[in-house]
Design a binder for this molecule. Structure first.
Ligand code: UFG
Length: 330
């Protein structure tokens, strides 16, 4: 990373703020644009914060000009799978329409490098695991569809303009900054690990395990839990890759290990030393049985590999963050 300024849209959010921290640790200058609908002003602590929308073309132009920016990382999006099934319009508006306005602005302002938050949700229910980037993308919800359209727009913009991108397909982002400066604060919280820890703290009565009859070893659903600091590191490497002249590409970001919901609960019991009441319930609609990555393409392109491969360590970082949240009343 050189000392360049990077526009980080959604940089006050969970993965965005961890990426800003990584950029600034390596000598770069993160400039954050966030409308604070999901992000938090306290999380934008590594550079200037501009409060506004990704689709506000005039405002984006002003920021790009002011900081002489040619590299953008775009995190800002709606990302609740369940909500996308009840309010698809919100997802197409924010994740597609606003992104297209942003892309046009980037092209007009001479942005050359673009890193995009894509998702394993673009694969839908895969025919096989681990998932490789060249496998079919058939989303089963509007959220995944909007991320796939984002990738397709980037493909054509890069074909037609002097513009390159890396689409990073995250698996299950989790864990928190090991220094406890920033971390995950979602409202409502729907993600497994924070919910399990809230049950450990007594903030929830129990954790409901969604489905015990999956064709997996213990019958619960399997995911690839990738630490947010590893994701942050991958973004900076992806930017360096483009700046060095790398071709546009799409990369899975996962550990390559499948972990079941039951294994997450067991690990959280070990880490917290607490009981954690569990209720076993039916499957959640739209949940694939098993999703885990083949991350070898990211290793080849970026020299990136997950460092956080022990689920106990990942959960420990999230548990530490829960204590910080209590102290800071976040
Ligand atoms: N789960 C439970 N109980 C809960 C919450 C979750 O059993 O209270 C289970 C889910 O059914 C799933 C696993 O825990 O099997 C992980 O669930 P999350 O809600 O934490 O994450 P998802 O895998 O559903 O979703 C994540 C991201 C999405 C992304 C998706 C791709 O949050 O943005 O991965 O599959 F689209």
């Amino acid at each position: 990373m050189d000392s360049r300024s990077v526009l980080v849209i959604g940089g006050a959010g969970y993965i965005g703020s961890h990426t800003c921290k990584r950029i600034s640790q390596l000598g770069g200058k993160p400039v954050v644009l966030d409308n604070l609908s999901m992000g938090h002003d306290w999380a934008a602590m590594y550079g200037p914060l501009y409060v506004g929308d990704a689709g506000d073309s005039a405002y984006v132009k002003q920021i790009l000009d002011e900081h002489d920016i040619d590299s953008v990382i775009h995190f800002a999006a709606c990302a609740y799978v369940g909500e996308s099934m009840t309010n698809p319009g919100k997802y197409f508006r924010n994740n597609v329409t606003a992104m297209q306005t942003l892309l046009d602005r980037c092209i007009e302002s001479g942005v050359k490098n673009f890193i995009f938050s894509s998702s394993c949700a673009t694969y839908g229910v895969p025919n096989e695991t681990p998932i490789r980037e060249d496998m079919p993308q058939k989303p089963i919800n509007p959220y995944g569809e909007t991320k796939l359209i984002g990738e397709q727009m980037l493909h054509w913009y890069s074909q037609c303009h002097d513009f390159n991108y890396v689409a990073l397909r995250y698996f299950n982002a989790c864990g928190d900054d090991p220094d406890g400066e920033i971390g995950e604060v979602h409202d409502p919280e729907t993600h497994l690990i924070p919910i399990v820890l809230q049950a450990a703290l007594g903030k929830r009565e129990y954790i409901e395990v969604f489905g015990t009859d999956y064709p997996t070893e213990d019958g619960t659903a399997v995911r690839d839990y990738i630490h947010v600091s590893d994701l942050a590191d991958a973004h900076v490497r992806a930017l360096d890759y483009l700046v060095a002249g790398g071709e546009s590409t799409k990369l899975n970001l996962g550990t390559g290990n499948g972990i079941s919901v039951q294994q997450v609960v067991d690990s959280a019991r070990r880490v917290t030393g607490r009981e954690i009441p569990v209720k076993y319930g039916p499957r959640r609609a739209g949940d694939p049985p098993a999703l885990y990555a083949d991350p070898s393409k990211a290793k080849e392109a970026l020299g990136w590999e997950a460092q956080w491969t022990d689920i106990d360590k990942i959960i420990e970082s999230a548990w530490n963050w829960e204590q910080v949240r209590i102290k800071r009343d976040l």
